[in-house]
Design a protein around this ligand. Structure first.
Ligand code: HPA
Length: 274
């Protein structure tokens, strides 16, 4: 189904009733390993997704399922602790719903982070990647159905989805922190099964450097709504078929935990400059 614009307004109205005159500037969608940043937001107002009309709840492991409003790195933020994924059974419209609501609340900027498999064989598990572009082939778009012109045009341009000026900020922050930040293309696979080795080879031929099950749908909706976007991937494991070992969720969670210090420092340093 296509949600009417009034749904988004109703969700935003409920949130406004909770946060009063607080005006978030930067929305943050935090994936595996970085959700804890929501816990260090200052003067936090927390709203569980279940209390917001028309919101879905996130069921993925390590995803808390709440919005946290407050101050982080000196910026007024709205942090999604937990995101919705298509593999949980949600439509792409549901997956990207919250980002549109945060846009209505005044967030013109978005930070997205995720954990993903490393497709680029020159890199290693534990590396961080600045997302410079994305591939989301096939399956429907979150923008399918009636266009809501309140958010953006019917056929939005996707030439510079990840904002070049934000990429520069990330490069500067990485240099300051001594972090070897890779740069590359995030290739979306819907999951929940990990990719096959043949799919990983296909992603590489197509120009992908990382493969994962999130981010791309929300980013399409955010770009449609004219948000400026900064994205990072934590490469938690070599993608399927590169090493002679099976992939496991535990490996992903362990790697996310091991890298969270370096990852959070980078994200906070960028946030400060945005
Ligand atoms: N593939 C897809 N999603 C992932 C992976 C992967 O290898 N690792 C962490 N999330």
């Amino acid at each position: 189904m296509s949600y009417p614009f009034s749904y988004y307004q109703e969700s935003a109205d409920l949130l406004r009733s909770k946060i009063g005159s607080f005006q978030p500037e930067v929305a943050m969608v935090l994936g595996s390993g970085l959700g804890f940043l929501g816990d260090v937001v200052k003067d936090a107002v927390t709203v569980p997704y279940g209390e917001i009309p028309h919101f879905q709840v996130s069921t993925a492991p390590g995803h808390k399922g709440q919005l946290v409003f407050g101050t982080l790195a000196g910026k007024k933020v709205a942090v999604m602790q937990g995101r919705m994924h298509h593999y949980e059974g949600y439509s792409y419209e549901d997956v990207s719903y919250a980002v549109r609501v945060l846009k209505l609340l005044g967030c013109d900027k978005l930070i997205v982070t995720n954990a993903a498999g490393c497709v680029n064989t020159a890199w290693k598990a534990g590396d961080l990647m600045l997302i410079t572009d994305q591939i989301k082939l096939f399956l429907e778009s979150p923008l399918r159905g009636e266009n809501l012109p309140e958010f953006g045009p019917r056929f939005p341009d996707m030439s510079h989805v990840y904002t070049p000026a934000f990429q520069e900020i990330a490069r500067t922050s990485a240099k300051e922190l001594g972090i070897d930040l890779k740069e590359g293309v995030y290739c979306y696979f819907p999951g929940p099964q990990y990719e096959t080795p043949a799919e990983v080879r296909a992603a590489r031929i197509l120009g992908g450097d990382a493969c994962g099950m999130s981010t791309a749908p929300e980013v399409i909706a955010a770009a449609h709504a004219g948000m400026q976007i900064l994205g990072f991937t934590l490469l938690t494991n070599m993608a399927a078929g590169i090493l002679d070992q099976p992939l496991s969720e535990q490996e992903v969670l362990d790697a996310a935990e091991a890298c969270k210090d370096k990852f959070s420092k980078l994200v906070l340093s960028c946030l400060e400059k945005m």
